[in-house]
Design a protein around this ligand. Structure first.
Ligand code: PFF
Length: 455
């Protein structure tokens, strides 16, 4: 095992609530609003929920705990952390390196959706997108995404906004901001849920979300549920390792991970409860992806009393959710450039911004200038989305589980998650270790192979 660097000056989270808020801030994001509810509704409601829940419990949670433990033990970025903890000469650090690639892949399309959300906050305030005619809201959205200049400018604005928070550091930037945003998010969400549930056809919306249809389950739906679990919990690419490196030594890792998973699930369910009763009440089809958020939702709000204000609330809430997630995504390359390549935090942030502006422009322009450009039948936006959730994150997850299960070993893992013997959780550690060593990698591999029709 390599040396472990306990630098006293390293920035990190300062309070228990700060750890929870930042980690939850990473998990909660656009995924809760734009992916989870529509995927659940479209893929069989409660049946999909059950598969998602099992994937989270048997794969997501153990991998999340593994990542956080690795990060906290090494107190370093994912590449250095894996180099330190792995036996000399073994290339486990490649997991960290591929995580950086995955983070750019995700940010490339994610930052563009966040850009639309920010643009819609401004448009919602101005009232220009409030129309009960979906043809009008569709036109408003098409105008935004097919305008290369607007797409790029909003994306750059988002990058500068997130970058300026990161410049303030981990405790004064990420922690301080997410500590304020997470309670606000819950508050706004509860407000929207209460309005939505009071509408006429609330029952139909809830039925769409929750009534089980097991006939819809097949291998590719299971892969979708598993990919969603990875995407939702921000695992498989070093984000949780990075945040783990900021965890306090006395933080109870399994408990924090469990709370984050539960709170994230609550946000997803509440988002579904806020969205679908309203969508059904006004007779819209429960579409998925960006069109749900940017076309259907404005048309729905136009028909609700106080709809103008509530629409602002909805897009602010979505922007809040997206901010915490973007912070964690960008922190991965920032920390690596800072720690491994010796750049100052300011330079590391700036370099990441510039790289992202270049890479992200491919997705920003995928509905305008690059609309014709396709790989495997998908435009750059959809391709990055598919590749990251369904390929990169699960493969990253397999290797993280294998690293802990077969290289780091039970004793070190147990020490790490018991805070060096302070917590009495040896049996829990044993159970998580068993999942990591055998169950999670085998399940991930099986699901991937089946979904890609290789077995
Ligand atoms: N968990 C975020 C969401 O659900 O929107 C997305 C995400 C953030 C994925 C950070 C991966 C990541 F590292």
């Amino acid at each position: 095992m390599g040396t472990v660097n306990h630098s006293a000056k390293r920035d990190g989270f300062t309070s228990g609530f700060g750890v929870l808020a930042a980690t939850l801030g990473s998990a909660v994001g656009l995924g809760n609003i734009w992916k989870f509810p529509s995927l659940t509704g479209a893929n069989g409601g409660a049946g999909f929920l059950l598969v998602y829940f099992l994937a989270t419990l048997l794969i997501g949670l153990p991998v999340m705990i593994a990542e956080i433990s690795i990060g906290r033990q090494a107190k370093a970025n994912p590449i250095t952390a894996l180099r330190q903890l792995a036996p000399k000469g073994r290339p486990w650090w490649l997991i960290g390196a591929s995580g950086v690639l995955a983070s750019f892949l995700i940010m490339a399309f994610y930052s563009e959706v966040v850009a639309w959300v920010f643009a819609y906050v401004a448009k919602a305030v101005g009232g220009s997108i409030l129309s009960s005619d979906p043809a009008v809201t569709q036109r408003a959205f098409d105008t935004l995404i097919s305008d290369p200049l607007q797409s790029l400018l909003w994306q750059w604005l988002v990058l500068v906004f997130i970058g300026s928070i990161l410049l303030c550091g981990v405790s004064k930037g990420i922690e301080a901001v997410t500590k304020r945003l997470m309670p606000l998010l819950f508050l706004l969400l509860l407000l929207l849920c209460s309005v939505s549930l009071s509408l006429d056809k609330a029952g139909e919306g809830l039925a769409f979300l929750f009534s089980p249809d097991f006939s819809k389950l097949n291998a590719s739906v299971v892969l979708t549920a598993m990919g969603l679990a990875f995407f939702k919990l921000s695992i498989g690419m070093g984000t949780m390792m990075t945040y783990g490196s900021y965890f306090r030594d006395d933080q109870n890792i399994p408990r924090t991970a469990f709370r984050v998973m539960t709170a994230d699930l609550c946000v997803s369910l509440l988002a579904g409860i806020a969205i679908f009763p309203a969508v059904f009440t006004f007779g819209f089809a429960p579409s998925a992806g960006p069109s749900l958020v940017f076309i259907t939702i404005p048309a729905v709000f136009a028909q609700i009393p106080m709809g103008h204000v509530l629409m602002v609330v909805f897009f602010v809430l979505t922007a809040v959710a997206a901010t915490g997630a973007m912070l964690s995504l960008m922190e991965v390359p920032v920390l690596i450039l800072h720690e491994r390549f010796g750049l100052s935090r300011a330079r590391a942030t700036l370099t990441t911004l510039v790289m992202l502006a270049v890479i992200g422009s491919g997705c920003a322009l995928s509905n305008s200038t690059l609309a014709e450009f396709r790989l495997f039948g998908l435009n750059l936006f959809d391709l990055s989305d598919y590749l990251s959730s369904n390929i990169f994150l699960p493969i990253g997850g397999i290797f993280i589980a294998l690293f802990v299960g077969w290289s780091w070993g039970l004793e070190r893992f147990r020490l790490a998650i018991s805070n060096h013997g302070t917590l009495n959780n040896a049996r829990l550690a044993g159970a998580i270790f068993f999942l990591l060593r055998y169950v999670s990698p085998a399940l991930i591999l099986l699901v991937m192979l089946r979904a890609l029709q290789l077995v």
